[in-house]
Design a protein around this ligand. Sequence first.
Ligand code: DAH
Length: 344
Amino acid sequence: MLERVKEIYQEIEHFDVQTKEQLEQFRLRFVAKKGVVAELFDSLKQVPQEDRRAVGQELNSLKDLAQQRFTDYKATLENSQEETASAVDLSLPVVPNQTGAIHPLSLVRQQIIHIFERIGFSVADGPEIETDWYNFGALNFADNHPARDMQDTFFVEKKSEGSAADVLLRTHTSNVQIRLMERQKPPVRAIMPGRVYRNEAISARAHCLFHQVEGLYVDRNVGFKDLKDTLYHFVKELFGKDTQIRFRPSFFPFTEPSAEIDISCLICKGKGCNVCKYTGWVEIAGSGMVDPNVLTNCGIDAEEYTGFAFGMGIERIAMLKYQIRDLRLFTENDVRFLRQFEGA
Ligand code: DAH
């Protein structure tokens, strides 16, 4: 019998009470009328008369211990509950949840992608560190052609075996056209957004790092009319139905014929202001029919297929759309500027 009393002592010592449920288990096992301690009291009758007093004393202290522990555990649990209850004051106003704003360049890129996706263009991607071949050669820039000087290139590595292998930071997204046509046979219809680099002094109007979106559609019987249709649609969707568009003859090595696309100035509505330099028009993109040499360079039969291409600067479009006068604002991370695009 004394052995059993010892066991229960041990059990009480080791019983872990952290939760209300454990407290209840403790009560049922050691304190309740049907618990083990009460059971021992019942079997006291069977203890020989001469030992009964000693065993009875042990049992009484066991019972006291169980009761004491129970009261202590209960008090601790109730206190900790009170503490947590007072730590959370549900009547306090919530801390405002400050959400970030989408960067205006991301916003404009998303809008452009969305417009073109709805008319069947997919989105393609390509490397920013590129070889001369993909950035210039395959795009029909002849070696030493002055057109290469149009874009001030950051070279990463000059190779001795000829310029095609030189490594550079791409100066435009047109490299993705080549990579796409190499791996996908017509019909090819995609836009290619991405970062580009040019060695230019940073000012309100120029930066050494900016973003472009390239567009390409190659299939049988693609004509200049398709280019015009597509870009008219795009301009009206992005800038509004009343925007006027004009195609101005131009030159790019990779397109023939080529055209620059102007839209009526969004600020003065064509009347003339300092943004449009009093012409009423602002340029937003270059475009043209893909030069047959470019198709051939990508292994596409230029007799069977034709295509159009266009390219535009995302910063320029964002500046026109949101009337931002300084390009540097895009990279300065001034939250007062960025917050203006919250919820846009
Ligand atoms: N790559 C030209 C630039 O960076 C933009 C451009 C013009 C892209 C005409 C084209 C195009 O695809 O057809 O200035």
